[in-house]
Design a binder for this molecule. Structure first.
Ligand code: ADP
Length: 308
């Protein structure tokens, strides 16, 4: 089931918290919705899940519109809200039975669905405990189980791993990856490794606007543009090495890291300087002990598009 966000606007008083965004998520895709705090992620997700009305624009889930078909959309969406609100005094099984009934699962099917979710989400050992007796990681599993109890085609997960420890994060990511194989998923986060580990595509929002949209490798390539190499040259005097590196015709910028004869050399757009650096060392009888390409990571992409 596709999701199409079309020129969506949400105003809070004078503030345009979501400012005319459009993007599409294809059936079966896991999309990471990324942005700094306050960018508009939660607001967008609340509109997609029909928990909040749009000021302008529309969201289509399959052929349904959030403006006209809220009930139908809620049926085909599972939502894990920010902070994962749960009824803490309820035992896991009872809570999931309750979630199933309010999601309209047929009475005759409720126990089978609860059993299935307990299995899929790895809740077997904890299923009779009260939710307030569970660790944060297990509560998150219960949140995912309630989101999927009615077997929705679409999952909207708002910051699903916030507050978890590193082991729990890995477990929840794997769970999302697994259940995401058959569903369309939008997952919001401000944690970058999360997106790399879990998502097929990334949409970055900043200040209510979409500032990047693509697969992680494409975004990294766009951000890197020019070749950057880390170069370690021994024997030569740093000043002289610096000057000669700077005078190579393909070199745009040299940064002297100040330690251990290390330099960061940025080439002009579309050009490479590695051969010339090697030849310069040979000519001067300097020893080249390192020549490593520096790959831009998603942190750089994120900073590039969300700052300044
Ligand atoms: P994110 O999920 O990316 O952190 P939000 O969607 O929660 O961002 O918030 C986007 C902006 O809208 C923020 O500036 C926030 O303060 C503002 N905002 C969110 N909810 C409300 C609200 N109910 N009333 C007024 N302003 C709000």
């Amino acid at each position: 089931m596709n999701i199409r966000v079309e020129s969506l606007v949400k105003k809070y008083g004078n503030q345009r918290a979501v400012d005319g965004i459009s993007f599409e998520v294809k059936s079966g895709e896991i999309v990471g919705f990324l942005g700094p705090n306050g960018a508009g992620k939660t607001t967008t997700m609340k509109i997609i899940t029909c928990y909040m009305a749009a000021s302008e624009g529309d969201v289509k889930v399959g052929n349904y519109s959030v403006r006209e078909d809220a009930a139908a959309i809620k049926q085909c969406i599972g939502y894990l809200p920010e902070h994962n609100p749960l009824y803490l005094e309820m035992p896991v099984i009872e809570y999931l039975q309750f979630a199933a009934s309010i999601q309209g699962v047929a009475k005759s099917n409720i126990n089978a669905r609860v059993r299935e979710m307990v299995k899929v989400c790895g809740l077997d050992k904890e299923k009779h405990k009260r939710i307030d007796e569970l660790s944060k990681g297990f509560r998150q599993r219960v949140g995912l189980a309630q989101a999927m109890i009615h077997d929705p085609e679409v999952l909207i997960l708002d910051e699903p791993t916030t507050g978890l420890d590193p082991n729990q994060i890995v477990e929840i990511r794997e769970l999302i990856r697994r259940v995401g194989e058959q569903k369309t998923v939008i997952l919001s986060t401000h944690i970058l490794p999360e997106v790399e580990a879990t998502c097929d595509r990334i949409v970055i929002i900043n200040d209510g606007k979409i500032v990047a949209d693509g697969v992680p490798s494409e975004l990294r390539k766009q951000a890197s543009g020019a070749e950057i190499s880390r170069v370690r040259i021994e024997e030569g005097m740093p000043n002289e090495v610096f000057q000669q590196l700077s005078s190579i015709s393909t070199v745009e910028l040299v940064d002297l890291s100040g330690t251990d004869n290390l330099y960061e050399v940025k080439s002009k757009q579309g050009l490479s300087s590695r051969r010339a650096i090697f030849e310069m060392c040979v000519k001067n009888q300097w020893i080249l002990t390192e020549l490593t390409p520096i790959e831009r990571d998603l942190e750089d992409v994120f900073r590039n598009v969300t700052m300044g």
